[in-house]
Design a protein around this ligand. Structure first.
Ligand code: F3S
Length: 389
């Protein structure tokens, strides 16, 4: 792979041993995928933040890196294992909290923005169309590639960190226009009425097409919340990192659609997917915000619960930035009065909720997919209004 003078110097240790190690990792990755060169990245999103996922080995690895290296570009974090301020309220143990805060401290030392969210694009890290970035979290990758039209591969934790520290990523995969062409046309024959319908469709399609690229036709309207739910579900049940929606996503009009295989999605598939994702009956808690809730979703929930006292406890997971605005708008108070909590910096999958609950209700197909395995939960999967009712 061609390296310019700066990249050569990084590799040869002129910027220190950690930078050299990180550049070596990127060169190896580039060699595997036959990248011809490195390209600069505008921003990074690093996964592997929760103590539940990375454990003591991950903490030590990060502390070693933090001794020497700093990030070169705007870098955000994926959700941590707890609300970094109100972890006690979540029922998190002192021991877990201590380790999680040490992980955050290591990231902070590297110069990373302590914004632990899977929706960085709603919280201050918004790439532009065709900008090259190196993001990790699968739903954020899908949103950036598909809805914004930025260019990113689905990075692992170490390769994203390497991109943050060097400012570069190998030029392969979804950074190249020729790899962004659709493999399937998905004909949508049913009205999708809310984000949960979009999520259910995403779950079905992800299972069908695995890591390929779909091109949706027949979707008349889709909000940002619908699209984030759709992408998250396809990335979870399959490994879809990019999708196009006719007349809606920015690259849709430029890609080739001729002669590719068709899949139909209708009423029957939608109903079957709802049934499939329900494994529980009576939930202990309802958790919204997978991917992290937008301000709009919180406004909607606050309106639905205003003046009511819910029988079940409910959480809304979101970014710290959105939680602060919700607080300022008085939404948090309304939600609290109804018996709910807005939880920042974490989510129902990466926090240790298995120690607290056994059946969780969600309106997210991604959460419904991961909760049984990651958190030993039975799942109730319904749309937001139905869960709150
Ligand atoms: Fe985000 Fe957690 Fe869902 S990281 S996409 S809220 S599983």
């Amino acid at each position: 792979m061609y390296l310019n003078k700066e990249q050569e110097a990084m590799l040869n240790g002129e910027y220190g041993s950690i930078v050299s190690k990180m550049m070596r990792l990127l060169v190896r990755l580039g060699d595997i995928y036959k990248a011809e060169k490195m390209i600069p990245v505008a921003s990074v999103q690093v996964a592997g933040v929760s103590y539940k996922s990375i454990g003591d080995a991950g903490l030590e690895f990060l502390q070693d890196i933090a001794k020497e290296a700093k990030v070169k570009v705007l870098t955000f974090l994926n959700p941590a294992g707890m609300d970094l301020e109100n972890w006690k309220e979540m029922g998190i143990s002192e021991e877990f909290a201590k380790k999680q805060l040490a992980i955050i401290e290591a990231f902070k030392k590297m110069g990373i923005v302590i914004s632990a969210t899977c929706t960085p694009y709603l919280a201050g890290n918004l790439p532009r169309y065709k900008q090259h970035i190196a993001w990790s979290e699968s739903s954020a990758v899908s949103f950036a590639n598909s809805v914004i039209g930025a260019r990113t591969n689905r990075e692992g934790g170490p390769s994203a960190l390497a991109a943050a520290i060097t400012g570069y990523t190998p030029y392969y995969g979804l950074h190249l226009d020729e790899n962004r062409q659709p493999h399937y046309i998905v004909k949508v024959n049913v009205d999708l009425n809310n984000s949960t319908d979009f999520a259910a469709m995403g779950y079905y399609i992800g299972k069908e097409i695995k890591n390929k690229i779909p091109y949706f036709v027949g979707i008349k309207e889709a909000s940002i919340d619908d699209l984030k739910a759709l992408g998250a579900a396809m990335a979870a049940s399959g490994a879809v990192a990019l999708y196009h929606v006719e007349n809606i996503t920015p690259d849709a009009e430029y890609v080739a659609k001729e002669g590719i295989e068709k899949i139909e999605f209708g009423e029957k598939e939608l109903k079957e997917t709802y049934e499939k994702l329900n494994s529980g009956e009576e939930e202990d808690i309802i958790i919204f915000g997978c991917p992290h809730a937008s301000l709009n979703e919180i406004i909607k929930i606050a309106k639905l619960v205003e003046g009511k006292k819910m029988k079940k406890q409910f959480w809304i997971c979101t970014s710290r930035a959105v939680k602060e605005i919700a607080k300022k708008m008085g939404l948090e108070e309304k939600i609290r009065e109804a018996g709910g909590k807005i939880i920042a910096d974490t989510c129902m999958v990466v926090s240790p909720i298995e120690n607290l609950f056994s059946t969780t209700a969600v309106n997210s197909a991604k959460a419904a997919h991961y909760l049984p395995g990651f958190c030993k939960q039975k799942v109730v999967f319904k749309k937001m209004e139905d869960l709150l009712r």
